[in-house]
Write a protein that binds this ligand. Sequence first.
Ligand code: SF4
Ligand code: SF4
Length: 94
Amino acid sequence: MEIDNYKMDYNKKPEQELLDMNTSRCTGCKSCEIACSYHHTKKYSLSNSSIKIFRSNSNGEIEYFFTKSCNLCKNEQIPACVEVCYAHALCLKR
Ligand code: SF4
Ligand code: SF4
């Protein structure tokens, strides 16, 4: 999967510009969080991830959000979180 011939707007929010989540496919494995933290810091640390995955206390459903530190993996060919999501829950919008 490559991002070709497309000018991304890095000022937009990830949900608006590039990333889409199908929570029904998400297993909650947190691989995306680990990959994101490595993208930012070259270390594995969930606290440094720009994507947060968790289960709702009320109904147990998967929920997620992106923090302001998400830079849409600028300069990467594929966003790290998408690349490692083998459940295909997290996808490029295009
Ligand atoms: S890597 Fe995919 S399946 Fe795993 S927590 Fe992230 S979105 Fe969910
Ligand atoms: S696009 Fe990059 S910076 Fe944003 S949440 Fe995914 S891995 Fe993190």
